[in-house]
Design a protein. Sequence first.
Length: 550
Amino acid sequence: MLLSLSIKNYALIESLDVNFSNQFSIITGETGAGKSILLGALGLVLGNRADLNVLKDKEQKCVIEASFSLANYNLEVFFTENDLDYEVQTIIRREILPSGKSRAFINDSPVNLNELQQLGVFLIDIHSQHETRELLNEEYQFEIIDAVAKNNKRLESYRKGLEILNKSKKELAKLLTEKETLAKEQEYNNYLLEELLTAKLKEGEQIELETELDQLSNVEFIKENLDKVLSIANEEQLGTLVTLNEMKQTLQKIAPFSKDYSSFYERLVSVAIELQDISNECFSNAEKIVNDPERLEFVNTKLQSIYNLQKKHNVATVEELLQIQNVLDGKSVRFDDLDNEITNKQKEQLDIIEKVNQVATLITNARLEAIPLLTKQIQNILAQLGMPDAQIVFDVQPTDNFTKFGKDLVSLLFSANKGMQIGPIKKMASGGEMSRIMLAVKAVLANYSKLPSIIFDEIDTGVSGEIAIKMGEIMKDMSQNMQVFAITHLPQIAAKGNQHYKVFKYNVANDTLSELKLLNEQERIVEIAEMLSGKNISDSAISHAKELLN
């Protein structure tokens, strides 16, 4: 509910502060007096785009502030999701700076226009004759039916199920794509894996094999040199070990005479022991060396296999080949597991489809049950509005596809007169008829759902007399359940309001200003009389105005 509106430096409005009630409020005024300015300012608060041209004083910022009561709107979730402070009395402020920059605030927290627009949908519905195109929208047609069918919870359950189903479909599609990709590669991957497995690779074996290959390829040369080392070390007359033993015995004789000689002796003993060990190991290795052509061929073949695999896979080590082997093995296992995953996902999807279908059926049944009551109520109101023979049909047809609205398609059909063929409302209803149909729809919805505050902007164009009175009564009835504003030129409607505001222009020096004023009882009589007879108000117009107000 709109509690108050404050406007500063906007178009013809220098400064305006006005409070509103929760009932039926009338706004009247001459053409060009500023009613559209008022709606424009309110539109900015609801998230419409700003224009520098709206600034009355181009040097000052424009500030528009609206206060709303959110007690019955259940908007706590919206505030939580957008990280905003929830207040039962919420203030929305919009500022347009001389630089052209625009700022918006909800309870003093900065917000973007998208958030403002999302909240605005829940707060005010500005409805003009041109807005009747909403009736042509399938989503709005479903909203009308579902409000009467009380389908809110069923639709919430259905859409959650549909979300789960769509997620399951994406997961299944991903699995099928993965299987298709693996299937294309599987034969080649298996060939590569088998090739690697046949090689029986081990970490570190490449270095071992290359070392062994060097030895096997140079057996004669290695043995010849080992024998030469042994010969030099052990020759009977000039062998290194023989010479060392003689040196050791000689130093041993003089060791007692000096620490230095003793140290020479001990060091020579260590050298002799180390040289003896080397000689023994050379002998041992020389004994083991055998010319083995078969082993040489095996090592050479194994290394060539490793080199070929490294070249094929563009790697440099056996360890990298083993990593590739593990990856290929994993793909092979994954391919075998995919069939089970796909089967399980398909079963899961069938279960979800069954559950979503059940909820969709409940939604359809509730709609089919509600439609006769809905059409009867709309047609009763249309009869009051001068269309006694009007027929309106919500044609619901089943579809095999899941949509956001369930498994139904809807068409809104209309016929204004007896004997006239019924057809799509877009083709069959005139602008004036569309306005009356929309008023009837809004009047019915007011009894079934918590609509936002609604502003009817001259939807009574082309209507007069008894029909105008009925329109005013319908709007007044709607105000029992919601806040209703009517911008009107008709005295019959103006007389039905609980409060009456007048928009007017006046001149101050060389400036034109627009103002909104709440009329008292006498001022209201004069305003309605003027609407009846023009500027020259007659006694009969005053009398008629009083009669309308009573």
